[in-house]
Design a protein. Structure first.
Length: 94
């Protein structure tokens, strides 16, 4: 079965320069095939290298390098994994 994943911009993602007032709390490096569970204490996630697949609040997001996503004030954790069999650098903000 040959399938293709379309990478569409999401209104929930923002360019990297829009993390006003947020404090970088943690930087995570993920290899292809790894999955990271982001605790609900973090309010924003940004990819500084690679492309991330982020599942949060019952929705899936594709976050390009240099984009960020608001994780909101939910009790849900976010699940993050790299796309395209590549590594990912994820920055988490409080």
């Amino acid at each position: 079965m040959d399938t293709h994943l379309a990478l569409l911009p999401s209104p929930a993602t923002q360019p990297v320069g829009q993390d006003h007032g947020a404090r970088l709390a943690q930087r995570i490096f993920l290899y292809a095939g790894e999955l990271y569970r982001v605790p609900p204490i973090y309010r924003r996630a940004r990819t500084s290298q690679g492309i991330a697949h982020i599942s949060h609040g019952g929705k899936d997001f594709v976050v390009q390098s240099g984009e960020s996503i608001n994780l909101g004030r939910s009790a849900d954790v976010a699940l993050v994994s790299p796309l395209r069999s590549a590594s990912l650098v994820l920055e988490l903000f409080e």
